[in-house]
Design a protein around this ligand. Structure first.
Ligand code: TAP
Length: 453
């Protein structure tokens, strides 16, 4: 039995389109087709597979404006961000298009014969995508998986299926066989659950909440199914007193309010050395009040709405009348799931505003005294995804980078994602790494073959 889901524009609350939800039976059928497509996909010569991925990248490139506009109405992303996100899919496809011809094994010296290793594909890979970055997170899964010779079934978040469905069309236009890359919009508890349970799916790549990630890991354990998990984060932005304070304050809103704070890498805890705390807050206030919040389709907009009414209620529940609000920016009135950029000053790290992943435009600012304090406070969380360190002292930058338990740190910058470099979390932020050259290891098995002489 098929049912449909109405996709809502979070900036207007209007229905954009109805999308048919995939049933458990149709998911199983798609998995079987993906499995049946494996031998022919594996048989495509490496150079031809590379060419198909480049054609897919070119098709995405030609479609960037359409994909971006689709993301604006489906996810409320600003048009500038949405163009970057579509471009990221193109770039990731181009990057991994180089891989099929470079999956190079080793010849290892052994007595009595010849020993060689091969990087074999895993089989059918299930990619489960959250609603916060529908395009890039899909691409980080399907591009290396396809390059390594796997077939892919992909489940977008129920709320945000439109760009993934368009990417599947572009893949077909580029000549990638239909059963090699299938997009199955549907519920996590149905489609995602079948990816975990179905024995023909050999690997699950999951991005989403830590809570669901734990269930997925437990489910995969029953079949020793491979799993990559990219989960939540409560990331510190550490500002030392020797930093370029003007720059640190001017960029801090971007570090947390980009994508309305719905970013696992959002720097939602700013730790400021006590000697410059007051000055930093003076500089931060105009930067926060100046964030342009509104119509995500307008070129000048810097922050759009939250994804849904339910998520808005969750974010708002953190900022009740008693919340220690220091200052706030603005947000439109009327239709749409709007929440203003908000700066809070909780009394300590055990306060929910300082310790929990709010996944909205709310940032906590807390002072610290010494370098050792800063590291201890940045690590006062079960998450470990990313973080920033602002200082002019290179030695300190290195010591603190090595001390903070997180997968992606930036010094005097807030960027976490570069497709050339590994991305992933320590502790409860996840398992495994995406992007960069190492991601290919996550989509292949090493096979050792000995030939007796
Ligand atoms: P989740 O509720 O965990 O959903 C993520 C995806 O998993 C969705 O496609 C969802 O489907 C599906 N899902 C839900 N229950 C499932 C189940 N039992 N079995 C299989 N799949 C299931 O997270 P969300 O609310 O979409 O996203 C927000 C969270 O994701 C935040 O905590 C954020 O930090 C994290 N996140 C992490 C990263 C990285 S890279 N570490 C990136 C983005 C987001 P439905 O659409 O049907 O719910």
């Amino acid at each position: 039995m098929s049912t449909t889901f109405e996709v809502i524009n979070p900036a207007t609350e209007q229905v954009v389109r109805s999308v048919e939800l995939t049933s458990a039976e149709d998911t199983d059928a798609a998995i079987r087709r993906a499995h049946a497509a494996l031998p022919s996909w594996r048989a495509v010569a490496p150079g031809d597979r590379a060419r198909l991925l480049r054609r897919f990248a070119d098709a995405v490139d030609n479609d960037i404006e359409y994909l971006a506009q689709l993301e604006v109405v489906n996810s409320g992303h600003t048009i500038g961000n949405a163009r970057w996100e579509a471009g990221n899919v193109r770039d990731v496809l181009h990057y991994y298009a180089a891989a099929p011809e470079r999956l190079i094994g080793k010849q290892i010296p052994v007595p009595g014969g010849l020993n060689v290793t091969f990087h074999e594909p895993l089989g059918v890979v299930g990619v489960i995508v959250p609603w916060n970055f529908p395009m890039p997170i899909a691409g980080w899964g399907f591009a290396p998986a396809l390059a390594a010779g796997n077939t892919v079934v992909l489940k977008p978040a129920e709320l945000t299926p439109l760009t993934a469905l368009r990417l599947a069309e572009l893949a077909r236009e580029a000549g990638i066989p239909e059963d090699v890359f299938q997009v199955l919009p549907g519920k996590g508890s149905v489609v995602g659950q079948r990816f975990v349970e179905h024995p023909l799916v050999r690997k699950v790549v999951f991005t989403g909440s830590t809570e669901v990630g734990k269930q997925i890991m437990a489910g995969c354990a029953a079949q020793v199914k491979r799993v990559t998990l990219e989960l939540g984060g409560k990331n510190a932005n550490v500002v030392f007193d020797d930093a370029d304070l003007e720059k640190a304050a001017a960029t801090a809103p971007y570090g947390v309010f980009d994508n309305a704070g719905q970013d696992c890498c959002a720097r939602s805890l700013i730790l400021v050395q006590s000697t410059v705390y007051d000055r930093f807050m003076e500089l931060l206030e105009p930067a926060v009040r100046g964030v342009v919040v509104g119509d995500p389709g307008a070129e000048s907009t810097e922050m759009g709405p939250l994804i849904s009414a339910g998520h808005l209620a969750k974010v708002a529940s953190y900022v009740d009348d008693d919340a220690p609000v220091a200052f706030r920016g603005s947000a439109p009135e009327g239709a749409g799931y709007w929440f203003p950029p908000t700066v809070v000053t909780p009394p300590g790290l055990d306060h929910p505003l300082a310790g929990e992943e709010i996944f909205g435009p709310v940032v906590a600012v807390v002072p610290f005294e010494s370098e050792a304090d800063a590291v201890r406070m940045a690590n006062h969380t079960e998450y470990g995804l990313s973080g920033s360190i602002w200082t002019r002292d290179v030695g300190r930058a290195l010591r603190v980078s090595r001390g903070v338990e997180a997968g992606n740190l930036s010094v005097n910058s807030h960027s976490s994602v570069r497709y050339w470099t590994p991305f992933g979390g320590f502790k409860q932020s996840g398992l495994g790494r995406e992007l960069g050259p190492d991601a290919l290891d996550a989509f292949t098995e090493t096979k050792n073959v000995f030939i007796s002489s």
